[in-house]
Design a protein around this ligand. Structure first.
Ligand code: URA
Length: 271
């Protein structure tokens, strides 16, 4: 490589980094411009049309195999989730589901970690880079803090806690998941709650608060018990708390988080 080529490559890499590209996700490039959003002719425009390119194993020519609308993706998620009677079936269904556009850009499906059927279910926002790499929720710095928070109330993912998110695929550059992405994953979140039937759900942060309860504003909502009602009518107590990533940025808020943990521990100990 000549000095000029080296400089050009360096400038290109810097440009990518400035644009938010923080890792390579595939050995071969993807043509993102071919994922167009367009209503089908004769139909009223949908909220968003998710046009997914999928390659059948025997096809190598990038021919689009199907085009599904957001409504169809949500209906398909609802049907699939409702058909699952066990945690294992739900886990397999989420991994096989192709209706969430985020899946195309993610390395892993990140569903749960921990012990299904535990008295505590923690629900966070979405996988980040570390979670995408390892295929498990909350394994980065925020996850390490979450583990410490759980340990403070005699809980752990090894023994008596199940951990999940409202989104199962890493959003590009960790952006906030859209309403459509959240709606497509929601039937699986509901079914996870129904199948595992925890005594309490810890809602970690503002995004799951909005997704699960339709409530905005974690600052006011934290520490106040609510109820999650699933589509089949099951009601489970839920406590919104600060997201551990927020606590890493705002350590002064750990005092309030500690009070919330005590509140949670008290409820978990009740018969
Ligand atoms: N933050 C989340 O909300 N979930 C994870 O799995 C990791 C970080």
């Amino acid at each position: 490589m000549t000095v000029g080529e080296h400089r050009a490559a360096h400038a290109l890499l810097r440009w990518y980094a400035d644009a938010g590209v923080d890792e390579c996700i595939d050995a071969s490039p993807s043509d993102f411009y071919s994922w167009q959003s367009e209503p089908r002719s004769g139909e009223a425009p949908q909220i968003e049309t998710v046009k997914r390119q999928r390659l059948a194993p025997e096809k190598a020519d990038n021919t689009p195999l199907e085009s599904i609308s957001t409504d169809e993706a949500i209906r398909s998620a609802e049907k699939l989730a409702a058909s699952c009677q066990t945690f294992e079936a739900l886990d397999a269904a989420v991994r096989a589901f192709e209706g969430c556009p985020l899946k195309t850009g993610a390395r892993s499906t990140v569903f749960t970690d921990g012990v299904p059927g535990s008295d505590l279910l923690v629900i966070g926002e979405a996988p980040g880079r570390d979670e995408d790499r390892l295929g498990k929720p909350f394994v980065g710095r925020a996850g390490q803090l979450l583990d410490k928070m759980l340990a403070a109330i005699d809980h752990s993912r090894e023994h008596n806690t199940l951990i999940s998110n409202v989104i199962y695929w890493r959003p590009p550059a960790n952006r906030t998941p859209t309403a459509v992405e959240t709606a497509v994953c929601k039937p699986f979140v509901d079914r996870l709650i129904e199948i595992t039937e925890p005594k309490a759900v810890m809602i970690a942060g503002g995004a799951p608060l909005q997704a699960l309860l339709g409530v905005t504003g974690i600052m006011r909502a934290r520490g106040v018990w609510r109820e999650i009602e699933t589509s089949s009518g099951l009601r489970i107590p839920a406590l919104p708390v600060f997201h551990p990533a927020f606590l890493l940025r705002q350590p002064a808020s750990k005092r309030l988080a500690w009070a919330d943990l005590q509140n949670l521990a008290k409820r978990l100990k009740e018969r």
